[in-house]
Design a protein around this ligand. Sequence first.
Ligand code: SAH
Length: 505
Amino acid sequence: MSNGIVYLVGAGPGDPSLITLRGVECLRKADVVVYDYLANELLLNHAPQSAERIYAGKIGGRHNQGQDEINNVLVEKGREGKVVVRLKGGDSFVFGRGGEECEALRDAGIPFEVVPGVTAAVGASAYAGIPLTHRDITASVAFVTGQEGNEKNESNIDWERLSLGGGTVVFYMGVTNLRRNMARMMEHGRSPQTPVALIRWATTPRQQVLVGTLADIANLAEECGLKPPAVTIVGEVVSLREKLQWFNQRTLCGKKIIVTRAAEQAGEFSDKLAARGATVLECPTISLVEPDSWQLLDLAIRDLSGYDWLVLTSGNAVRYFFNRLKSLGLDARALAGCRICAVGPKTADEIRQFGIKPDLVPRDYKAEGIVEVFSRLDLRNSRVLYPRADKARDIIPRELQRLGAHLDSPVAYRNIVPERLPPETLFALEKRSVDCITFTSSSTVQNLAAMLGEELMLDMLKGVVVASIGPITSKSCRELGLKVDIEPAEHSLDAMTEALETHFK
Ligand code: SAH
C-alpha cells in the first residue's frame, strides 16, 4: 500500500490570504502541486521548495481534452505514493470540475480529500459590498454558468424560474455571453431596470466593478472593454453597494508604490501600504551581508565587560551583533556590566526581543540626537562600543570621541548594492505605471542611482511621486536631481504612510 493522497484544495478567489488554514496545511506537506490559472501563484510559496509544481494549463492544451490528462496526472502521482495538492481557483466543487477529478480518483482507488475554498461569487460579493441575500430584499441566490447552451442547442437552465423567481443570480464565465444572457433574463420577465454588477479580478488589487442594469450592462462592458475573469451579479441587492462598498474606498487603493528598503526590512512598510489598498512593488536597493572579517567585532565581544556603553543604532546592528554573540557561544549575560543605548523605539524593541531593556533611548533618532543625549552625560574616559555598518556616517564616533570617550566601532555588517532591480519593478517603471517611489534612507536613493545610472533613474522616475522619510534622505534625493514631493514631519514609517494617504486623498 502506498501513502499517496490527493487533496483538492480551493485556493479562494484571488487574494492569497483567502485560502483556508486547512488548505495551507495541505500545501505545506505537498510533494506535488497541480495548480490552475486562477489560483494565485503566491500560494505556491506555502509548498516546500522541493515540491514539484505542475501548471495544469500546460497539461494538454485545450480545456476539455485537458481534463482527462489532468485526471491522469493526479492518479499517477497518487499511485506513486505522493502527497498531491490539486489547487483550484475559488472552490473545487463550484464550476471547478472537482467532481470529475474525484470520480477519476475513486475509480482508480486513490484516496482523496476535498478542502473548500471561497468561491468567486462569495469573494466578489464581499469585496464589492454587495450582499447576495438580504432580509428585506431577497432570500435566495443562484450560481449559474454563463456558458450554458454554447455547444448544445438546448440550455439546461430554466430561464423562466431564474428570471421570475426574484432571487439574486450570479453568472460565472459570463463575460463573452453577457449580452445574450442579460437578454434572456429580460425576455423571461425580469425587469430591464434590475441592477447588475460586473466584478472583474475580484478580491485582488486589480479588482474592477462596473454597475448598470439588465438593459445597459452589456453596452457598458463593451465600452470599457471589460474582459474575463468576472462574475455578474444580477438583482436588487446590487444597489446596496453604494452604501456598503469599502474595498475601492481605501486610501491608497489602486496606487502602485515602490518600496526600496532592504528585503529584510521591507515587509513592515509594505504591509502598511498594502493594508490601505496599494499595490506594493518591492525593490531592495540594499542587501545586508557579513563583514569581510569578524576579527574586530569578535575582539570587542570577548571583551564586553571592559565597556561602559554599547550603542546600537538600527535593528540590523542589533541582529548582527546578537547573532555574533551567539555564534561565539555567549548570551545576554555577557552584557551584564555594560549600559545600552538604543537609537529609536524600533531599535529598542529589537533589543527587548533579546531579553534586554535598553538604558537609554534618545527620542530623536538621527545621529545628532544621540550625540545630544550623550553630551549631557560624563563620557570622559569611558569605553564605548559602537558596532556599525561599513558605510555609516562617522558623526557618532567623532562626536563621542570629542566628549572624551574611548570608542571602538567594529563593522558588524555591510550594506551592498544589489546588481539589478526585480524584473516586475523594472517592467512597471518602463511601462510608466508606477505612482510613487518611497525612499527611507539616503542609501536607498543613492543605491538606486547606482543600480540604474543617474540619468536613467531620473528618466524612469519622471511623473512618479517621490516620498522621502526625512530631511537627510530628501537632501540626497535633491543632490541626484530628484524633486521630493512628500516628506513627513516625523521620521517614521507610520508618519510616512500617513503622508502618502494625505497626498493621494
Ligand atoms: N471554481 C471557481 C470557478 C471557476 S470558473 C470558483 O469557485 O470561483 C471560472 C470563472 O470564475 C470565471 O470565468 C469567473 O466568472 C469566475 N472567477 C474566478 N475568479 C474570479 C475573480 N477573482 N473575479 C471574478 N470572477 C472570478
